[in-house]
Design a protein around this ligand. Structure first.
Ligand code: TYM
Length: 334
C-alpha cells in the first residue's frame, strides 16, 4: 500500500518584485519537495494589502509570481497552486485566529517591529500589519499541514502558528495539526549585496537586491559592486566575511557545488574574478527563468491553473472551517 504523503504548505506575498532571496530561501525548497510531499503553494495576496499597494502593481506582481512559480518548475499536476483571495476561508479563519491571539504575542513579532520601526507616527501603523501573523496562521492551519518550508525570517510566525494551534486545541478540543517550519540548511537568509549584515529584501535597498525579473546587465553590475570584506581570501566565514560568504552561498545554491569545493576552486583568485564567476552563474540561471516567464505569460494558461488550484484548496479549507465554526459555537454541533 502506498504510504500517505505528509502535507506541506507555503506562500509568497506579491509585494514588490521577487528577489533571489525568495528564490533560494523558498521557491527552490518547493521544487525539491513537490515529488515527496503533498504540496500546496499559494500567492499570499491578502497579505500584500497589509501595507499600502497600488492595485495595478498588485495585479502585475500576482501575475509575475504565478509565472515564476511555474517557470521555476512547480508542476500544477503535482502541486496545488492557488491565490489566497480565491479561497475565502483564509480571511474567515484569519479572523478567528486574530480573536484567539493577543496584543502581547503579536507585538513581539520581529517582522512587525522591523516593518513599523520606520513609521514615525505610531498612531498611523496599519492594523493589517499587526494582525498579519494571525492570517498566516490561518493559511497554514486550514490545511492540516505537517510542514511549512520558509526562509529563516518567517520561522517566528510559524512558531506563533504552533502556539495558536495548541491553544485552540486545548480550549476547543483537537482541531488543528501543529505544523513545523522547514528551513534550508544553506540559503535560509540570503543577505543584501550592499549591506551583508541585512537580509536581501523586496523592500530594502535596490542595489543590494537582485530581482528575478530585472535586466541581466543590471544584475551583473550589482554583483560586481557587491560589498566584499577585508583580506583577500575566498572562504566561508559568515562572522568575519559576510559579503564573501553570501556570494559563496548564492553560487553554491544555484550551481549545486558544495561550498567546500568552491573554496578550493577559488583558492588564490582575486575578488574581481570571483564576482565575475558568481555573476555568470546568476545571469545564466536567471536568463533561463526570464525566458520561461515570458513564454508562460503569453501562453494564456495561468487563469485555468489558478482556478483548478483554488477549487482543490477550497475543498480542503471549507471542511476545516466548518469544523472550526462548529467548535466555537457559530454552527450547530452535530
Ligand atoms: P515573503 O513574501 O516575505 O517571503 C517569501 C518567502 O521567501 C523567504 N525569503 C528569504 N529567504 C532567504 N533569504 C532571503 N533574503 C529571503 N527573503 C524572503 C521567506 O522566508 C519566505 O519563505 N508571510 C510570508 C508569506 C506567507 C506564508 C504563509 C508563508 C503568508 N502566509 C503561510 C508560509 C506559510 C511572507 O511575507 O513571505
Amino acid at each position: 500500500m502506498e504510504e500517505t504523503k505528509k502535507r506541506m504548505i507555503s506562500g509568497i506575498k506579491p509585494t514588490g518584485h521577487l528577489t533571489l532571496g525568495n528564490y533560494i530561501g523558498a521557491i527552490k525548497q518547493f521544487i525539491k519537495y513537490q515529488d515527496d510531499y503533498e504540496l500546496l503553494v499559494f500567492i499570499a495576496d491578502l497579505h500584500a494589502l497589509t501595507l499600502p499597494i497600488d492595485p495595478k502593481e498588485l495585479r502585475q506582481n500576482t501575475k509575475d509570481l504565478i509565472s515564476v512559480y511555474l517557470a521555476c518548475g512547480l508542476d500544477p499536476e503535482k502541486v496545488v497552486l492557488f491565490k489566497q483571495s480565491d479561497v475565502h476561508e483564509h480571511a474567515e479563519l484569519g479572523y478567528i485566529m486574530a480573536c484567539n491571539s493577543n496584543m502581547g504575542e503579536l507585538s513581539r513579532m520581529t517582522q512587525y517591529k522591523d516593518k513599523t520601526q520606520k513609521i514615525s507616527n505610531k498612531e498611523s501603523i496599519p492594523t493589517g500589519i499587526f494582525i498579519y501573523p494571525a492570517l498566516m496562521a490561518a493559511d497554514i492551519l486550514l490545511y492540516d499541514a505537517d510542514y511549512v518550508p520558509v526562509g529563516i525570517d518567517q520561522k517566528q510566525h510559524v512558531e506563533l502558528t504552533r502556539d495558536l494551534a495548541i491553544r485552540f486545541n486545548s480550549h476547543y478540543s483537537d482541531t488543528f495539526k501543529v505544523p513545523e517550519p522547514v528551513i534550508n540548511k544553506q540559503g535560509a537568509k540570503i543577505a543584501s549585496l550592499s549591506a551583508p549584515e541585512k537580509k536581501m529584501s523586496k523592500s530594502e535597498s535596490d542595489k543590494g537586491t537582485i530581482y528575478l525579473l530585472e535586466d541581466l546587465n543590471v544584475i551583473r553590475k550589482k554583483i560586481m559592486s557587491a560589498v566584499t570584506d577585508l583580506g583577500h581570501e575566498i572562504i566561508y566565514d559568515p562572522e568575519n566575511k559576510p559579503g564573501v560568504s553570501n556570494l559563496l552561498v548564492i553560487k553554491s545554491s544555484l550551481s549545486g557545488i558544495a561550498i567546500s569545493d568552491l573554496e578550493k576552486k577559488y583558492e588564490g583568485m582575486g575578488y574581481g574574478e570571483f564576482k565575475r564567476d558568481v555573476a555568470d552563474t546568476v545571469c545564466e540561471h536567471l536568463k533561463g527563468l526570464q525566458d520561461k516567464v515570458r513564454e508562460i505569460q503569453s501562453s494564456g494558461a495561468i487563469d485555468k491553473i489558478l482556478a483548478d488550484g483554488a477549487a482543490k484548496a477550497s475543498y480542503l479549507a471549507s471542511k476545516k472551517l466548518n469544523k472550526v465554526y462548529r467548535k466555537v459555537g457559530l454552527r450547530a454541533n452535530k
